[in-house]
Design a protein around this ligand. Sequence first.
Ligand SMILES: [Zn+2]
Length: 702
Amino acid sequence: MNKNYRYMYAISMAIIVVTTLAYCSKQIDQDRQMITKAFDTVDIISLFSLSSDDIKNNTVLYIEQAKNIINTIIAIADDQRTFANTARPIDELVSLSNLAIARRVYEALELLSPDDNIRATAHDASLQIAAFYVDYVTSNKALYQAFMAYETQAQENEYLSAQQRYFLNNTKDEFKRSGLSLPDETLVQLNELRKELAQLCAVFDRNIAQDASTIAVTRDHLDGLDDDFINTLTHTDNGLYILGVDYPTYHKVMENCSVESTRKALYIAFNNRAYPANDALLKKIIVKRDELAQLLGYIDYAHNDIDDQMAHTPERAQQFITDLGQRSLHKAEQEIATLTFELPQSVTLTNSGKIKPWDFAYLENSYKKSHFNIDEQKISEYFPMKKTIDELFDIYRQFFSIDFQEVSGNGLWHDDVSIVRVINPADGQLLGTVMIDLFPRPNKYSHAAHTTIIPATVMPDGTCIPDVSVLIANFSKPTASKPSLLQRNQVKTFFHELGHALHAVLGATEIASMSGTSTKTDFVELPSQMLEQWLTDKDILKKISSHYITGQALPDDVIDAVISLKNMTVGHSVTRQVYCASISLAYFGIGQSGEKDPFVIMKNLYEVIVPYMAFSEDDHFYTSFGHLTGYGAKYYGYLWSKVFALDIFSEIKKHGLLDPVIGQKYVKEILSKGGAQDPNELLYNFLGREQNTQAFFDDMGL
Ligand SMILES: [Zn+2]
């Protein structure tokens, strides 16, 4: 997942003539001084070292500064407008200004700070800033007119780069899409809706992060789980063990616990996170988003949301998803037939012969253990976190021709957070700084994600502002006797999120608001999903595995089995993605607008798309489906961009997964362009041909 804050337009900006901070001799405007912090670790840490009062006071100050930027842009005489005094400051306002950076810092603190006060203040401040952008940018007609005055006339007299022209076109479209050509009273309504939606979505996200549901079971009910894991669990005075809904606990139990009642109880707790609070919120979000879209002239929110994407219309996205669903269902049904041919002891099918949803992971794991001697718990012993991550960095070091430097994260929001600096070894230049927060704790964002704090930007004088990013995951903590051991799916998650981080670090563009991951949502998951593919290669698995006691790599026979079983349940996992994508399209559009019942829609889709698995009436998955706020109707983007990811991967594989030459080509043609060029052109330039779906279907055996 990428938490990508494109306030609205693809407006990005660089500022002023700033040289690399190290040499920064020129005065940087007060209202953009936070970008100077991107160069030094101590400064980056200081961005997050805030009291509640700091957050409140800074917000007021930065809002005043942003108003000044806007007033300055508006005050310029139309015949004096240039890219540098009109377009670039608009780009900066939403990406590099103190206010823009503070907003991202607050959003990160709200997801990650262990301090209740900081989270609450950061939440309020983010909403205050969101409301400011609505009032002063998204609906500011004077700003829009200033931009259009430049866009329609002045730019003819100026040489503009391709990225600058792309930015102007996009910004013009986005201003229009945000309703600036509509009457004032409509704009007022739009503003109210936007603010209300920002608030509803923020609370929806917070409810998921703060859900602390648990179940309590006896020791007998933990059969199948190893002692090390059980010893990490807290227990009650009367001897009950507490299981939380954090990812490591959930997956561990679902895959290994041989007691059905435990799996069922935890499945229900997990799929009722933020229920019922988010059920009511989601109903409101759906209605308000449709209202917003209709004021803008769209039939529903999905049409509004997908208009500027690669897919362009929800119908096209739905068609793509439906086709994939048909291919994957056939495969999924074959997989289920194989898995259920011989049922392990604690698994039974329903009367109609369906598999129960809390049994799937256990069934899959049991099958791999009994038929292929693959035990994911044992395999995880070959992936101690520190060593695995070091090896992973080494892969990127070779492929991307970059270097990593680990430095202390002391002073950040939690002791678990570490910092990695990414360096260009050719000239020692800092490309970016990634703060890495990998262990679960109460009130922390529960999913995995990458988020940019300061976007990597090529300044007008050619110098670069390095990226500042945060990478979030929730992996198993070390125990008294073992280091943190990563399951293969966790290694994959790390590859994925680091893929986003490298997109951000290597994606410096002239347009700050189009840097790195600030690209189309249905393109943004390409670099992350592509890097997951490295884990399907024997040499790579050999390289990154190292038993935590013996130091030996994963044995050949295990690697061979793991690779041969790569597609063992691919039909089910694509089906699951098709189901999630269909939910997001159905909630926000496709045919009907107005009041909807998310539970009923979800259930109906489940029964059509996942007919081989029983539906649990206690399942309220949608209340913790966090993508519904950030990705809106665009969850299909995962599968959409995976098609391109596999096309590109198939080209790279011809050269070798550690080949720096193809690595450089990938950086040059894809990553370094961020969102500042049409994704179709990027794909064509890298592939030297039109993209196609062949590699995707071949790879998945669909
Ligand atoms: Zn992602």
